[in-house]
Structures are given as structure tokens and as C-alpha cells.
Write a protein that binds this ligand. Structure first.
Ligand code: SAH
Ligand code: TMP
Length: 399
């Protein structure tokens, strides 16, 4: 444990890591990769958990960004279900999405009421092609001012798995306050810190995930900007996420019981105590040893292991546990921009998923463990014929 800045305590060291979504071409695998030390800190004052070393947004989110929300049926369904809820209960006249990616959420709304902000031009253009109004820029106060002039205030602002990727939260929420109508609703959806600790999913931490939010941390930052959470939904998405419904302080919407309930659960678990984070760190070390022993055993027995879902999260696991191409033959992934490339740091080949698993595969390491249900359903044939998966959460095991 190390204290720096007098306010932040380092509680987890995940070692040298490459940038998570930087999949390598064949000619890049011989070259030296950019690496950094992935250390996770607890901010005592604000009760926020964040990574220590951060990179510029432009470096991480550019026209080579490989992630597509549409690759998962689970996400598509979740966006659709939420859109039905929004249309019924909030009835917005104007919607803004921050981090709209390939338009998987916005496509549930009418084109003339929706605006998407997506800095990665390669994904932004997919939404634009479908005739949605999108802006290929980063969400900043400067952009918010421009938007206000052109489109006036928004009744609904939605941002999934994006706010936790932006370092300057003060700038984010100041901008929200400017653009949100007085009775408007701002919805943030991000992985839950409580679930991350409970499920030992330390791979929620990588260069893009600057924060993993808890209610008790997020509320402290929102408060500075006159914003407050009035409802929280717990979701199973991405290994346990929270959907926070936020309003301006003076807005009359009732604060629902789910907020108090959530606060009590987080406090009872000890998310406001450093001891909780140190215990988590010990469990992560144990998890590493166990996972490595599973892989070593497979190698000793000459078993063929492949990976399924070359996720940004699995970059953290593989590099922390030092699992490389001598232990995993290749990864399968449905994302075109990842195929025929190599995993960052560990240089494991990523192959195109063509709808089935090769017969000689003994074990599949589930990189996309957050879509376990969806994948197990899809790979029913492999499972029925005795195929096994290796999964690292809550503790590494073969299932
Ligand atoms: N909302 C989608 C995509 C999440 S991935 C989903 O939940 O599936 C994170 C997205 O946020 C990426 O598409 C990335 O380009 C975008 N992003 C990152 N920083 C941003 C910023 N400052 N402003 C707006 N979008 C940003
Ligand atoms: P994520 O965990 O960052 O959302 O990434 C999920 C990755 O897993 C993405 O690269 C797509 C891949 N994937 C598959 O290859 N097959 C699947 O069935 C699913 C659900 C995801």
C-alpha cells in the first residue's frame, strides 16, 4: 500500500500492461510495444476508485477503435428494453447520447429527435450512414456550448460505458448541467465497483476504464455540479453494472428507495473503507496463482486451449497472469477489426469466428465472460460434446 498526493491510496498493482484495445498487425508483433504500470487507487476524500496512469483520449479513441456495441445480442436487447422504458416514462422530445459508438442505442429512437456524440470516426460513420445526427467529437464543455446554441436543451441524455472512460469528470458534469433541460433526465450506465469487488473481476481495470464507479463515489462528484441520483437499477450487463438516473437538484422528481437501498448495501460491504480494497487485492493475487496453475496443468497434459472473445478486459488478465501464445493457441472473435491481429502484449493470434469450435479444442478460456449466458447458449454443441470452459471469475475454475 502506498499513499500519494496525501489523498490517494494505491491498493492494486496489475503490473506492466500494453494499451488494451491496441491489437497488433503481423508486422507489429516483433516491435516493442508501449507499456505502462497498471496501478489502481482509492481516493479517500471522494471515495472514487481510479487507475493511476492515464493516457490522452485521442490516443485511445481514434479512427482505429475496434469496439462495436452491436457485436452483442445482450447489449442490443438491453438498449431496446431501456428505450421502451424511456419512451413510456420520460417521453423525451430530444435525446443526446454520449459515446454512441455504432448507434445500437439510438436506432431505437426517431432520427429527428436523436443526436449522438462519438469521437471514433470509424464507428461514428456507421450511425451517420443510417441517417442519424452524429458528431465525431469528444464530449467537452466546448462541445456542449456549441450544441446548446444549435439544438437547445436536451430532455434525456444517455451515456453507457463511456463516462468512466473520461478523466475530467468536472468538465463532463458541468457540460451536462449546461445542456440538460430543467426537468430532464441524465442516465449513466457503467460497471459496478461493488460487483467488481464481489466477483474479483480485476480486469475491469485497464487504460480506458479510468474509473469503476460506486454510488457513494459518483454522488460526491455529481453534487459539486448540482446533480443528484434519484434512481438506481442494477443490471447483469458487463459482469454487473449500475444504471444511475440523475436529475438537477431543483427538479421535483422523487428520490426513489433504490438509492438508499444501494447506499446501504455499498456501505455494509465497506466500499468506504480502505481495508475492503486491500482484501480485494489479496484475492486478486490468489486468483492469478490459480489461473496460472490451470493453464500450466493444461500445458503439461498437452491439452489444446483457445480463447473466446479477445476483450479489452482479457488484456489485463493475460498480461497480469503472464499467459501467452504458448498456453493459448488462438482467440476467436466476431469483431472484424480484431480478426487476423494479435492480442496486445501477449501476442496471441485472433481468428475469425465462423460459427463453430474446432473438434480438437479441449478448453476455451472465456475472455468475454461478461457474455457467458449468450455464449454458452451459442456453444451448446461444444458443451454437449464435453467441451469445457476456463473462467476466471469469481475464482478461476474449469466449467
Ligand atoms: N455506449 C456504447 C459504447 C461504449 S465503448 C456501449 O455501451 O456499448 C465507449 C465509447 O465511448 C467508445 O465508442 C468511445 O469512442 C466513446 N468515448 C470515449 N471518450 C469519449 C468522450 N470524451 N466523449 C464521447 N464519447 C467518448
Ligand atoms: P467487451 O467485453 O469489451 O464488450 O467485448 C466483447 C468481445 O467479445 C468483442 O470483441 C466481441 C466478442 N464476442 C464474440 O466474439 N462472440 C460473442 O458471442 C460475443 C457475445 C462477443
Amino acid at each position: 500500500m502506498k499513499i500519494y498526493n496525501k489523498k490517494k491510496i494505491e491498493f492494486l498493482d496489475l503490473g506492466q500492461q500494453p494499451l488494451a484495445n491496441y491489437y497488433l498487425n503481423k508486422n507489429q508483433i516483433q516491435k516493442k510495444e508501449k507499456k505502462y504500470r497498471l496501478v489502481v487507487c482509492y481516493d479517500v476524500k471522494n471515495k472514487l476508485v481510479s487507475i493511476k496512469k492515464t493516457f490522452s483520449s485521442k490516443m485511445m479513441f481514434n479512427n482505429k477503435y475496434p469496439y462495436r456495441s452491436s457485436m452483442s445480442k445482450t447489449m442490443q436487447k438491453s438498449f431496446k428494453d431501456l428505450s421502451i422504458q424511456i419512451k413510456k416514462k420520460i417521453k423525451p422530445k430530444k435525446i443526446l447520447e454520449i459515446g454512441s459508438n455504432d448507434g445500437s442505442f439510438l436506432k431505437n429512437f426517431k432520427k429527428n429527435i436523436s443526436i449522438g456524440i462519438e469521437p471514433c470516426a470509424n464507428v461514428e460513420k456507421i450511425t451517420k450512414k443510417n441517417n442519424y445526427n452524429t458528431i465525431a467529437e469528444f464530449w467537452t464543455l466546448k462541445l456542449a456550448k456549441k450544441l446548446l446554441k444549435k439544438f437547445d436543451k436536451m430532455d434525456l441524455i444517455y451515456s453507457a460505458n463511456t463516462i468512466s472512460h473520461i478523466k475530467n469528470l468536472d468538465d463532463v458534469f458541468k457540460s451536462i448541467n449546461l445542456v440538460l433541460s430543467d426537468n430532464g433526465v441524465f442516465i449513466i450506465e457503467d460497471p459496478s465497483l461493488l460487483e467488481c469487488l464481489k466477483r474479483n473481476t480485476y480486469d475491469q481495470f485497464y487504460n480506458e476504464h479510468i474509473y469503476v464507479f460506486s454510488y457513494i463515489g459518483l454522488k460526491n462528484i455529481l453534487k459539486k455540479h448540482n446533480l443528484e441520483i434519484f434512481k438506481i437499477d442494477s443490471l447483469d450487463i458487463h459482469g454487473g453494472s449500475n444504471r444511475y438516473f440523475i436529475k438537477k437538484k431543483e427538479c421535483a422528481r422523487k428520490i426513489e428507495h433504490s438509492v438508499k437501498k444501494h447506499c446501504n448495501i455499498e456501505t455494509k460491504y465497506g466500499l468506504d473503507k480502505i481495508k475492503t480494497y486491500l482484501q480485494f487485492s489479496k484475492r486478486v493475487e490468489k486468483s492469478k496463482k490459480l489461473l496460472l496453475s490451470i493453464f500450466t496443468n493444461c500445458k503439461l497434459k498437452n491439452k489444446k486451449v483457445i480463447g473466446y472473445g479477445a476483450t479489452a478486459k482479457s488484456t489485463t488478465i493475460l498480461n497480469y497472469c503472464k499467459i501467452n501464445d504458448s498456453m493459448i493457441d488462438y482467440f476467436l472473435d466476431t469483431t472484424k477489426d480484431k480478426q487476423n491481429k494479435y492480442t496486445p502484449g501477449t501476442k496471441i493470434k485472433i481468428k475469425r469466428y465462423n460459427g463453430s469450435i474446432e473438434k480438437d479444442v479441449d478448453y476455451i478460456f472465456l475472455g468475454a465472460w461478461n457474455f457467458k449466458k449468450e455464449i454458452f447458449k451459442k456453444e451448446n454443441k461444444y458443451i454437449k460434446s464435453g467441451g469445457k470452459f476456463i473462467i476466471h471469475t469469481p475464482m478461476p475454475k474449469i466449467i
